[in-house]
Design a binder for this molecule. Structure first.
Ligand SMILES: [Zn+2]
Length: 218
């Protein structure tokens, strides 16, 4: 097992791109790989962006097809006809049951085959408190499960776990990639290039950026 090798769960969005760049700075791009999942997302633009970013950053990317998810679960993230709803106090209907558990399991199987120790994911409790599999307690439990399942000493890292979106933008700035992430990552639920500015994901992203930039110039 190589303690200097990492596999990053990578969607091409703001959060996972920040994690990928941070990992490259820490381990070097020869020691970092990206793993991307196709699971019936509404829009192909996300996958296209992910491919381009991995190429730009010079890291090996593996794309796995998990479209079988569509056979067993239904949600607004995977169904273009469904309206996105986020009920107060409830879980938004963009939540995909089991997604992070599956992603981490596949990422771990792959990481072990590549002798990598570290698994990195951009999940975050702060802004998406409605998603149960973004919680720190779930990640810790999954870490134990993976280590037992494969008799391997994986270390899962969640560098964004307690950051607000503004703080994630600050981290991107620290890493010298704020403009790159602004320009090249895709976060919009509606698949609009450059963002629709209206969906929950765009609103969160823009609000965080405005807050960060305002604090910077103040
Ligand atoms: Zn949007």
């Amino acid at each position: 097992m190589n303690p200097q090798k990492a596999v990053v769960v990578f969607s091409g969005g703001q959060d996972s791109t920040t994690c990928l760049i941070q990992a490259i700075r820490r381990y070097g791009n020869d020691n970092v790989e990206a793993i991307t999942f196709r699971y019936g997302q509404r829009h192909a633009i996300e996958l296209e962006r992910a491919r381009r970013i991995a190429q730009d950053l010079g890291v090996r990317q593996t794309v796995l097809d998990l479209s079988l998810m569509q056979q067993i679960t239904h949600n607004a993230l995977m169904d273009e006809t469904a309206e996105i709803q986020a009920p107060a106090g409830g879980v938004p209907n963009t939540f995909v049951d089991g997604r992070n558990a599956l992603f981490l399991l596949y990422a771990a199987i792959y990481a072990k085959s590549r002798n990598a120790r570290h698994l990195i994911t951009g999940v975050c409790e702060t802004d998406f408190s409605g998603y149960p599999d973004c919680r720190d307690i779930f990640i810790k439990s999954m870490n134990v499960t993976l280590n037992l399942a494969m008799d391997y000493d994986f270390q899962i890292h969640t560098p964004l776990m307690y950051l607000t979106k503004a703080q994630t933008w600050a981290l991107a700035d620290e890493l010298g990639c704020l403009d790159y992430i602004r320009e090249h990552t895709h976060t919009c639920y509606h698949g609009v290039a450059g963002g629709c500015g209206e969906c929950p994901s765009c609103v969160l992203r823009e609000r965080g950026l405005t807050e960060y930039l305002a604090g910077k110039t103040a």
